[in-house]
Design a protein around this ligand. Sequence first.
Ligand SMILES: [Mg+2]
Length: 435
Amino acid sequence: MSQFSVRSFPQAIVHIDADAFFASCEQATKPHLKGKPVVTGKERGIASAASYEAKARGVTRGMSVFDVKRVCPEAVLIPSDYEMYSLFSKRMFAIVRRYTPEVEEYSIDECFADITGMRRVHRMSYERIAGAIKHDLERELGMTFSVGMAPTKTLAKVASTWHKPSGFLSMPAREAHLYLAQLPVDEVWGIGGQTASYLRKHGLETALVFANANEHWVREHLSKPFRECWCELRGQLVHPIETESDNAYQSISKTKTFTPPSSDEAFVFAQLSKNIENACIKLRRHQLAAGSAVFFLKRNDFQVRAVETDLPYTVATPHTIIAQAKRLFKRVYKSGETYRSTGVILSRLTEAGVHQRDLFGADECVTKEAQVYEQVDALSKKYGKHAVFLGSSMQAINGSQHRGGRGEGPKRHEDLMKGESKRQRIGIPLLGDVD
Ligand SMILES: [Mg+2]
């Protein structure tokens, strides 16, 4: 098969990706940095972004500051300014929305836009609309963007990376095979190392060979996400643009009442921490990740105080969320008040895996945490929920939800026979406390 469709753009999906985003924001706001090797992430000691000048000298994202200085002594190291990056990000999405309401904010510096049917509105071809978006973004934000247009999200991703930086590629369905033939299968969006080596083992080395694989074979051998990927490579849209309003009502919440009510700060926080852990278990069970969180405390007189926060990147594991909760806890907790329950609402949910993205260059630690939690989930399956839990939740998990009076929680722990394991519980605080 040499082509997947006779129509060029059954749908016109544009993928827009800012080049070296954090570094570009710094250069856009500090003109004296233009043309210089700029590296952000100084505060963490790890490069969160490198300008193209720094990349040309061998600096890569995730590199330690020590190595950055070694390969590029003239590098300008800057602490990350996420607030500013978020502002640029908001402007970026607002500019894209001038051309279509169908915009999916995929990460801080990337979005998908569906411009299908907009030719008449703008009196422009799809290529010209995509070009105009790129032009506006670059002129108004003072940095370059790589833009790809194709009939599906997966193909649009291929197109935008083709000529990075400041690239533009329109990839009609009937030309997709020309690009896919040159693309190693592991560079396809959503195909991880394991799947790639499985596909290679079956002789599917390039994206094109994979896209041409027999449908029966694909059904037999691949799980849903990869079958969908196969469809998308063939120009069949299976991942629609998820606009914010589609996602807005999706949330996962966990709340729990404890008796008697408590004014013990550490205990109340442990309750919140436990709710966050439980909400994350649910997230992972549904293969979702959250982008923002609301923490709330309910007082004994049923008054609720809540605080909302955006998470620095989408996560399905509790560490980052608990750290955020700790930082904001004083906004909801007042000493002297008594509380009867705590809760968390996680929102801006996206599909984990395909959609889970690192927004602030923290891939490494997020990936590690995700790996740890794969093990945690496996242990929980075997030994029961909370076999392993965070130190910050200990007071809530080891204690009872209802001290004295009702509830049968503590009984089963007190009644342990000598030598008996603590009711399917390993009970080691995981990863220490969150600071
Ligand atoms: Mg980018």
